[in-house]
Structure formats: C-alpha cells, structure tokens
Write a protein that binds this ligand. Sequence first.
Ligand code: 4AD
Ligand code: MG
Length: 433
Amino acid sequence: MEFMTVKEAMKKGSGRVALRGWVWRERKSNAYAFIVLRDETDIIQCVIEKDKVSSKVWKDTNDLLIESSIELEGTIKEDKRAPTGYEVHVDKLNVIQFADRFPIVKDQSPEFLLDNRHLWLRSRKMVAVMKIRSTIIGAIHKFFRDRGYVEFTAPILQPMQSEGGSTLFEVKYFDENDITYLSQTWQLYAEAAVFALGKIYDVAPTFRAEKSKTSRHLAEFWMCEMEAPWIRLEELTEIAKEEIKFVIDEVLKNNKKELQILQRDVRILEKYVKEKYPTITYDEAMKILKTKFGMDVKWGKDLRTVEEEKITEHFGVPVVVTHYPSEAMAFYKPPEPKNPKVARCFDMLAPEGYVEIAGGSERSLDIEYMKKRLREMKEDPKKYEWYFDLRRYGSVPHAGYGVGLERVVAWICGLENIKDAIPFPRTMLRKSP
Ligand code: 4AD
Ligand code: MG
C-alpha cells in the first residue's frame, strides 16, 4: 500500500491507510499499545491490540521510545477522544529505528532546548514557526515579483561597513593581514544595481556583531530589502506598509493551524491587515511621548525600545516614524532640505512590544556630505570610491528599505524571543549547534 501523510489519512477518514513517521507519545497497557504518530503534517493516535498482531510486533512496542521511526498500516476511523479526532487500528508495524531515550521531556529550560535545537526542531511549536517563516519568505518574493521587481543578489563578503563599524564581523581573507567583513546589508550593492535593473529586492543572510543580549537581536539574521530608482520617502513608506499587510494576509490564508498551535490571536492579525498604519515624524513621536506618557526624551537620539513601545501602544497598529535626527543615522541618509537636522528616513514599529521591524531611507546624492559623515565616524572615505561613482554617472533619486525577517516572524507568531524565529540562532552567547 502507498504511504500517505497523517493529514491525507484524516481527510480520507475511513478505510485502510499506510503511514510513516515518528513516535510522538507512547503508552501501554496489558492489551493495548497507544502510539501517537507524528509526521510533517500532523499527529494521530494509533492503537495496537495485543491479540491482533504477531508476538514480534507486540514485543517491539516495548522498545518503541519517543522519536523512534516507524511505518504502519491499519484502519482509520473517527474517534472524538483521540488527540486529533481520528484513530488508526494498526495491524502491520515496521520499526525503522528504535530511538534512544529522547533527552527532551516536558518543561525544560529555554537554554536546554537551545542546546538541543537539532532535536527541538521537531516540536510542534518549532514546526509551526518554521512553516510560517516559509510562508513569509514566499510572500515577500511574491509581493515584489508581482510588482515587477527583479531579485538581485549582493556579495556577503564586503570590504567596508555600511551600518556602523561597531557591529562588523571580520573575516580573515587569504593573506594573513588582509580582512574583509560579513554583510551588514545588501544596500550599497543594490544602489549600484538600480541603475541597471530598476526596481530590485532580495532576501538574504545578514550579520551584525550585536553586543546586546536582547530578545530582539541576532548576530546572524535574514533581511528582506528593496531598492528602487526615482522614488521618494512618501512612496517608500507606503510600499513597506503594503508589504507587511500582504505578508500577514498570506499567513492568515495559509497558516490557520500553525497560528492555533502557537495560540496566536488571529483577530489581532486580521486587524493589522485591515487597518491603516499611521505615518508620523520623529518630532510628532516626541510630542506623543511627552503629552500622553509624560516621557521627556532628549532630542537627537534614536528612539529607545521603551519609547518605541509607547508609540505603538498609542496607535495599536504598526507605525511609520520618519525624519529621525541626522546625527544618529547612517552616513547615506540625506538631510531634509527644509530642515537639515533631520534625515529623509523611516523606521516601521510593530505593536505588542516588537517595535522596529523595518528601516529605510532615501539615499544621499551628495558625495561631500557622505564623505564628511564617514570621517566623523572615523571611516576612510577612500574605501567608498566605487560607491561615490554611482553619484558621478547618471545619478538619480533612489530609496529603499530592509525588513528584519525574524522580527516579523517573531511578531506574527507572537514569540517571546527572536531566537525561536530562526532554526539555529546565533547570538553573542550562542553559535551552536
Ligand atoms: O535598520 P537597519 O539597520 O537598516 C539597514 O540595514 C538598511 N541598510 C536597510 C535598507 O535601507 N536597505 O536594518 C533593517 C532591519 C531592522 O529594522 C530590523 O528589523 C532588522 O533589519 N535588524 C535585525 N534583526 C535581528 N537582529 C539584528 N541584530 C538586527 N539588526 C537589524
Ligand atoms: Mg534601524
């Protein structure tokens, strides 16, 4: 008989089925062995009756520990008492591997689960998160491709910084004394490509040696970036809002079951699809913090998490904040001509404490301004000569932004820590398994 998945078997609902997978739970009495079988689609209760199987099969059930791999055949029927509403009465059982005693049992610490991530990936929680992550990546590709964007890939090894030297990962390059860096962003290379390809996007690994041990920072994460010629900040922020709504809508359409496993309230996600996201300036954000929350924030600094939390709490939906003080921003963000103290940039902040999920800006077209900013950061502008060439040969206004994939996964799934939004997290304190 041909194997089917647990999901297909439950859809069939009656008659003979052949299944294969892993033992998720097991319990035995004198006359029956109950095995909950797990595969990539679902779990299902399977019953083995002593009198209905060979003595060898009955003996095998003694050694069937959790995560043993098995094949079985039997008859499926509805049973309201079973964990997923169906039960298989097994008459054939073939053990592929008798598992050792599985190290993961109930109520283990997050650190233990992280040490055993290679095994914990099989948990219902991680499977649900990874499926939603897959939907989100697919949705981002679809969003941009449907709108005529070309997928463009940039090098991961890059000779200079773009988002500040303090979070650079150094890599020894062939020669003893030669070093290069892991990509902090695709952006500078994307800026070269917009003059060739027009609108572009990518989804790629990104590296930052973050010294912060927060629940929102990874050392290796995935960034989903876009860059386009001829567009301005006002249009850019609308694309970002549309993208985020599209992504949430795709998860709602494809992952109802996973959201349920994660106990995520879908009504709140539905609200994020339906409602309008406001755009405010940094100065307006400061005003809200002061009048609504009595928080006096010093002008000129990037907003801190507590402040971002208050802003999103105030609106209850994602908020775009534009025009941050130039002094706190990357070298390529251009000053606002009407008020050069602020830059033509934005962050998108997600509610429920998830805060910054995206950041972007127009790009400065002024070589001298960028050189000055780089020098202020003790960077050598000479390294950026190729980048400045882009301003010398047919320069046009262009802009782009990046979405932090794991930030979005954590938010949509309602996760407590970003480490659960990526299969094998890397942080300051963890680089294995
Ligand atoms: O705001 P960031 O630093 O922006 C850039 O890198 C721009 N070059 C993007 C662009 O304009 N093309 O990073 C973008 C997003 C952040 O909003 C955040 O969601 C995520 O990347 N991010 C991180 N996610 C997890 N761990 C980290 N250490 C992150 N650093 C940034
Ligand atoms: Mg940012």
